[in-house]
Design a protein around this ligand. Structure first.
Ligand code: 4AD
Ligand code: MG
Length: 446
C-alpha cells in the first residue's frame, strides 16, 4: 500500500453513498469482470450490495496479466465517485481503485465457476452446486426478500402483541396425518420430526396468551410437486377467545400488513420490482368463498375432480383445480368451511352445519394454498370423536387433551408456508427456489 495515500476507512458496500469522496477499503468477491479500452471494470459483491470498481493504468495491466478471476476474494482501496451523467452503476457510484490485493484466488479457465454453474445446466446439477448457485443475483435477491418477510411477520406480531415461542422439533404426536411423518429413534423410543407446532402453541395460550412461532416443519411428501418440500419454515400462530370470522380478519390483516412492511424497505422493493414486476400488494378484504361454492365454481367451468368427474361434496380440491381458481380469479381467496372428512381431527365443526368445519385455506395466484388454519375443537368429548374418526390413539396426546380439561376456551390458529409465500411474492415457479438448501424426496445434500 502506497504510504503517500490517505488512510482508508473500512466499509461495507451498502454504506458506499455515505462515504463518497473519501478513501475506503472494501473486501468482497469478484462478481463480474470486463475489460474495456485499457480499463478493467470489476463488480464487487460483499453480500450487502454490488459495487463497480474501476482499475485504470498499471492496475488494469496488472489485472490483465495476473488474470483476476470471477469469485476470487479481493481487498480494494480507492475513492467512491458518483458515476458520470448518462452512465449507470449499482448505487449510482463507482470506486476508483488505487490499490488492490487478492485474498483468495478462485480457479479460472475450465474450472471457472461459470463453467460449473450455468443457467442452462440441468436442475439436479444446479442443486448439487447450490452452495455456488446461491451467489447469483436471483438467489441473493430471493434470500434478502425472505429475511425481510420473516422480519416483517415478527414486526406485525409485535404490533399485535403476540408473543414468540419456540416449540420442539422432536415430538411423539402427529398433527397432519400419519402418512407424511418422518420417524426417528429417540434414545430407543419412537419419535417424529414435527409436522406442525400447532398443538404446542395451543398449550401456551393459558400461560402466555396469543403466541406465534417460526419453526421448521417436516413432511415426508412422496409426490414431486412445485410446492412441496420435506422441510419448510412454518410460521404458525394460535389465538384465544375469538370467533371464526375474527380469525379470518386476523389472517388477511396479517398478510396485508406483512407485505406492506416488506415493501417499505427500498432495497427489498427494488429487488421485488425486478423479480416480480407485475406484483400487486393484496387488498383488504380478501375474497371469501366457501368450499361448497368453490365446487359450484369448478363444476360450472367443467374442471374435473381427481377421478376426472364433476366435483361432489367431500372431494379434495387438489392442486390443479386450486390453481385454476387462483389463476382465473387472480386475487387472494379465503376458502372456508371444508368437510370434516378431508380435514384434520382437531377442527371445530360449524354450528349451523356439522358436515363442515370452521376451516380456512388462503389461496394466492400462481401458488395456491399458502396458509391453512381453523378454529379448534375445545370440548374434550368432541376431540375424542375426532381421534376415533382418524384412528389415532389419544394417549400420547394427554397434554393436548388437558388443554380441554384445565380451563378450555374457543381458540383458533393457522400455519403459513414461508417458501410458498415467497414463491408468490418473488414469482418463482417452485418453492425449491425459496429454500436455502431445499429438501425433497431424493435430495438431502448439500
Ligand atoms: O395446511 P397445513 O398442513 O396446516 C397445518 O400444519 C396446521 N397444523 C397449521 C396450523 O393451523 N397451525 O400446513 C400449513 C401451511 C400450508 O398452507 C402450506 O403453506 C405449508 O404449510 N405447507 C408446506 N410448504 C411446503 N412444503 C410442504 N410439504 C408443505 N406442507 C404444508
Ligand atoms: Mg393445508
Amino acid at each position: 500500500n502506497d504510504s503517500s495515500l490517505p488512510e482508508a476507512k473500512r466499509i461495507k458496500i451498502r454504506d458506499g453513498s455515505k462515504s463518497r469522496e473519501s478513501r475506503v477499503v472494501i473486501q468482497g468477491w469478484v462478481h463480474r469482470l470486463r475489460l474495456q479500452k485499457g480499463l478493467a471494470f470489476l463488480v464487487l459483491r460483499d453480500g450487502t450490495g454490488f459495487l463497480q470498481c474501476v482499475l485504470a493504468g498499471d492496475l488494469a495491466n496488472a489485472y490483465s496479466t495476473l488474470t483476476l478471476t470471477l469469485e476470487s476474494t479481493v481487498t480494494v482501496y480507492g475513492v467512491i465517485h458518483p458515476v458520470p451523467e448518462g452512465k449507470s452503476a449499482p448505487g449510482g457510484h463507482e470506486l476508483a481503485v488505487d490499490y488492490y490485493s487478492i485474498v483468495g484466488l478462485a480457479p479460472g479457465g475450465d474450472d471457472a465457476i461459470t463453467n460449473k454453474v450455468q443457467e442452462s445446466a440441468d436442475p439436479s446439477l444446479l442443486l448439487d452446486m447450490r452452495h455456488l448457485v446461491l451467489r447469483g443475483e436471483t438467489m441473493t435477491g430471493i434470500f434478502k426478500v425472505r429475511a425481510a418477510l420473516l422480519r416483517s411477520f415478527r414486526r406485525v406480531y409485535e404490533d399485535m402483541g403476540i408473543l414468540e415461542v419456540t416449540p420442539p422439533c422432536m415430538v411423539q404426536t402427529q398433527v397432519e396425518g400419519g402418512s407424511t411423518l418422518f420417524a426417528l429413534k429417540y434414545y430407543g423410543e419412537d419419535a417424529y420430526l414435527t409436522q406442525s407446532s400447532q398443538l404446542y402453541l395451543e398449550t401456551c395460550l393459558p400461560a402466555l396468551g396469543d403466541v406465534f412461532c417460526v419453526q421448521e416443519s417436516f413432511r415426508a411428501e412422496r409426490s414431486h410437486t412445485r410446492r412441496h418440500l420435506s422441510e419448510y419454515t412454518h410460521v404458525e400462530a394460535e389465538l384465544a377467545f375469538l370467533t371464526f370470522d375474527e380469525l379470518l380478519v386476523h389472517i388477511e390483516t396479517l398478510l396485508a400488513k406483512t407485505v406492506a412492511y416488506v415493501l417499505e424497505d427500498p432495497e427489498i422493493a427494488e429487488i421485488l420490482s425486478k423479480l416480480n414486476p407485475g406484483f400487486k400488494p393484496p387488498q383488504l378484504p380478501f375474497l371469501r368463498m366457501t368450499y361448497d361454492s368453490a365446487l359450484d365454481w369448478l363444476n360450472e367451468r367443467g374442471v374435473p375432480n381427481e377421478e376426472g368427474e364433476a366435483f361432489k361434496f367431500g372431494d379434495d380440491i387438489a392442486e390443479a383445480a386450486e390453481r385454476k381458481m387462483t389463476d382465473e380469479i387472480g386475487e387472494p381467496i379465503l376458502l372456508t368451511r371444508f368437510p370434516v372428512e378431508i380435514k384434520s381431527f382437531y377442527m371445530q365443526k360449524c354450528a349451523d352445519d356439522p358436515r363442515v368445519t370452521e376451516s380456512v385455506d388462503v389461496l394466492m395466484p400462481n401458488v395456491g394454498e399458502i396458509t391453512g388454519g381453523s378454529m379448534r375443537i375445545y370440548d374434550l368429548d368432541e376431540l375424542m370423536k375426532g381421534y376415533a374418526r382418524e384412528g389415532i390413539n389419544p394417549e400420547p396426546y394427554y397434554w393436548f387433551n388437558d388443554q380441554r380439561v384445565y380451563g378450555t376456551c374457543p381458540h383458533g390458529g393457522y400455519g403459513l408456508g414461508t417458501e410458498r409465500i415467497l414463491a408468490w411474492l418473488c414469482d418463482r415457479f417452485t418453492v425449491r427456489d425459496c429454500s436455502l438448501y431445499p429438501r425433497f424426496a431424493g435430495r438431502c445434500k448439500p
